[in-house]
Design a protein around this ligand. Structure first.
Ligand SMILES: *Cc1c(COP(=O)(O)O)cnc(C)c1O
Length: 362
């Protein structure tokens, strides 16, 4: 691969980060970009000022959705180091999504080094308060200006950075989830295990319906029988039964979350009984009625861990007390964020350190 070309914005003033960040509202000054052409492979890697895209109206992904993305985070640790959480795994998953959508794979090592350059360049944009971080959004889209369904011959990869606030600024807030069997998000053997726009488009209608009734998100059931629980809009789900912590197994319809994987590792380390299996909704309801469901939580990069305060399915309302002293959700949140902010040792080797590099200006 060629060297990365740098075209840097003339920064006159210091970066000023608004105090009320929200999520995905503001962006840093620069992006990483790279192009693909079937004759050349990936070429033209560059770090350049953030600007609008100029696209032909026939650009393929706009019509047929051939695109993939990732979401990961960089943190400023307690001792002022800059770290990225499990970026190798995120870029490998980007390639897994790409393969399923006939998008050419990237060289993970090369893109990771480019990402580190970009994050280092934009390090002043990493907010410092607890709960805040720099959200990283790599994405690839088919860019042929042609109508007609086939894989594009050209693509663009962009890495966009957005300083984000704490997901729940008022503290660890339990979410209300509506389980739906009216609509499905994905089916096994479809594209449910890919981070690709179509899955989110498929989720909007039911999510809006749930929001109008006061719910935060939808819990999706399997796409074939609507019998087994699968995942929440942007989170994987864990059910803590009396003697078992269960999460739906990766059937192909579920996004293989990296937070899910981190939680599984930590729970095994804590010598808890964890299983990945099919979880029928009927089992959750009947065990809840017997008092055997202690807690339910979601896992995902944005909120890390989300405690479920209410799960509604048909006319059954399952309520959970978030103030339980031995709540696993809160313990897991502390364990993961302590690693991310450098308060505890990175014993699983999840952090990639970003350090000063010779930044050449092309
Ligand atoms: C991104 C995402 C998740 C969570 O994955 P993480 O790697 O933990 O951030 C779960 N479900 C869906 C549908 C997602 O898009």
């Amino acid at each position: 691969m060629e060297k990365i070309a740098f075209q840097l914005k003339n920064r006159k003033e210091q970066v000023s980060i608004p105090s009320n960040l929200g999520f995905g509202q503001i962006f840093t000054d620069h992006v990483f970009e790279m192009d693909y052409d079937s004759g050349k492979g990936w070429y033209n890697p560059q770090i350049k000022p953030l600007d609008r895209l100029s696209l032909h109206p026939a650009t393929m992904f706009i019509h047929y959705g051939q695109a993939v993305f990732e979401g990961l985070k960089a943190f400023r640790t307690r001792d002022e180091n800059v770290v990225i959480f499990r970026p190798d795994r995120h870029l490998q998953r980007l390639n897994n999504s790409s393969r399923r959508l006939c998008i050419p794979e990237i060289d993970v090592d090369f893109v990771l080094s480019a990402l580190k350059e970009l994050v280092w360049l934009e390090r002043e944009w990493i907010p410092t308060k607890k709960g805040e971080s720099l959200y990283i959004r790599p994405f690839i889209f088919g860019s042929d200006p042609v109508l007609g369904v086939r894989p594009s011959a050209s693509y663009k990869l962009i890495i966009l950075l957005s300083p984000v606030g704490a997901y729940y600024p008022e503290g660890f807030k339990p979410v209300k989830i509506l389980a739906t069997d009216e609509y499905v998000r994905a089916v096994r053997k479809g594209i449910g295990e890919c981070k690709t726009p179509g899955n989110y488009a498929a989720s909007l209608y039911a999510s809006e319906f749930a929001k109008r009734q006061g719910f935060t998100q939808v819990l999706w059931m399997d796409g074939v029988e609507q019998k087994y629980i699968e995942e929440v809009g942007t989170m994987n789900i864990f059910i803590r039964f009396n003697n078992e912590i269960a999460t739906p197994k990766l059937t192909g319809g579920i996004l293989p979350g990296i937070t899910r994987d981190s939680v599984l590792q930590i729970l095994k380390d804590w010598e808890m009984e964890v299983t990945e299996r099919l979880i029928p909704m009927d089992e959750v309801v009947s065990e809840f009625k017997k008092g055997n469901v202690l807690e339910i939580f979601g896992t995902g990069t944005a909120a890390i861990i989300s405690m479920v305060g209410l799960l509604k399915y048909k006319d059954i309302e399952m309520k959970f007390d978030s103030a339980q002293p031995d709540n696993l959700a809160a313990k897991l949140f502390d364990e993961i964020t302590s690693i991310q902010y450098g308060h505890s040792e990175d014993k699983y080797n999840w952090l990639t350190h970003v350090t000063k590099k010779e930044v050449e200006v092309a």
